[in-house]
Every structure is written in C-alpha cells, then in structure tokens.
Design a protein around this ligand. Sequence first.
Ligand SMILES: NC(=O)c1ccc[n+]([C@@H]2O[C@H](COP(=O)([O-])OP(=O)(O)OC[C@H]3O[C@@H](n4cnc5c(N)ncnc54)[C@H](OP(=O)(O)O)[C@@H]3O)[C@@H](O)[C@H]2O)c1
Length: 183
Amino acid sequence: MAVLKIVAPVLIAVLAFYAYTWESFSEEMVRGKRVLVTGSSTGIGEQMAYEFAWMGAHLMLTARNETRLQKVVQNCLKLGAASASYVVSDMSDLASARNVVEETKKVLGGFDLLVLNHVGGKIGFGPYQGDMESVISSMTVNFFSYVQVTVSALSMLQESRGNIIVVSSISGMGRRLEAPQPK
Ligand SMILES: NC(=O)c1ccc[n+]([C@@H]2O[C@H](COP(=O)([O-])OP(=O)(O)OC[C@H]3O[C@@H](n4cnc5c(N)ncnc54)[C@H](OP(=O)(O)O)[C@@H]3O)[C@@H](O)[C@H]2O)c1
C-alpha cells in the first residue's frame, strides 16, 4: 500500500506531463485541410472556426442562424481561411444533417476533419419530468445527428485518412434521470 501511495502520484504526474506536452494542432497540420465545424454560428464552435481560419483551413460552417453564419464566414476569411462557406441546417432533422455532408462534398470535395460540436434541442437541467418530447428532441440533436453526420461522412474521411473531433460535456456522460422527490 505504501508503494502504491508513492507510485500513483508519480504516475499521475508523468501522465499529466505527457498529456500537456502532447502535440496539439499546429498551422502545418491544418493549412489547406478541409474542415467542417458544426454549431459554428456562436460559442465554442465559432471560436474553433476562427482557430482553424488563422491556421489556413478550408472551412465549412453550419448551424441554423444564417445571419450569424454569414458574419462568422466573413471573420474567418479576414483571419486567413483558405476558403469559408456555410450551409444552414437544423440538426433536429436528420435529412438536414445528411445535407450538411452532401453540401461539404459539393463545395470542398470531401473532408479532412469533422468537428462535431453543436448542442441544442429541448434540454432541461432540472429533474426529469417524464417529458418524452424533450428526450427525443435532445437525443436527435445531440446524439442521432452526430451519428448521421459521421455515417454520411465516413467514406470521405476514410479516403482522406481524416479525423473526427467530438466536443462533449460532462453532463452528457452521467446525468441521472431522477424522479422529483416529494416535498
Ligand atoms: N459552454 C460550456 O461551458 C461547455 C462546457 C462543456 C462542454 N461544452 C460543449 O461544447 C459544445 C459547444 O457548446 P457551446 O457552449 O459553444 O454552445 P452554444 O454557445 O449554445 O452553441 C451551440 C451551437 O449549436 C448550434 N445549434 C443549436 N441547436 C442546433 C440545431 N438544432 N441544429 C443545428 N445547430 C444547432 C447553435 O447555432 P444555432 O442556434 O444558429 O443553430 C450554436 O452554433 C457542446 O457540445 C457543449 O456540450 C460546452
């Protein structure tokens, strides 16, 4: 046990250092690559689009708000994106999710990087109240559309030996559906 008390912290420190020094995205890795970022009209997706833009990627952005997407596209071009386009989509509709991939193929000819980031639907953070409509809405936007986009893009990603990045949340991993307690 005493040995474990010494070995465990040392092991954690070594792993933390290894993770910290792990190669992250560099300009060389991203320049000229074709990148689709979902949920890129605002928030983390918008900021990731800007990072890829200044590294010189070809960008395809998608979300529902067209005005915001147009603004983000302009910003990406100013920052140095090799190209930037958008396709409006509502991920609560899986046909719309498929269309994002078709449009990316049409405009960019394929993918090198698929960044799945959007989050939405009727999500409540309170106790589960038995509302199946919100469960279906949340699962469609936050899970099934991720699967749909991935499946539709897979052959192109295999062809380019590309990568998939999934942005998630700790609340998506372990949310307990508890019935409300009587007061
Ligand atoms: N912010 C945080 O503190 C935090 C923490 C942990 C993890 N995350 C994760 O980071 C990711 C991004 O979060 P965020 O905070 O940047 O979220 P956000 O600011 O709410 O942005 C969500 C994005 O998803 C799009 N979106 C929402 N519903 C959509 C739909 N039905 N169809 C297509 N696009 C839709 C939104 O655009 P439109 O409204 O234009 O469609 C927007 O671009 C999520 O996966 C989230 O779980 C965030």
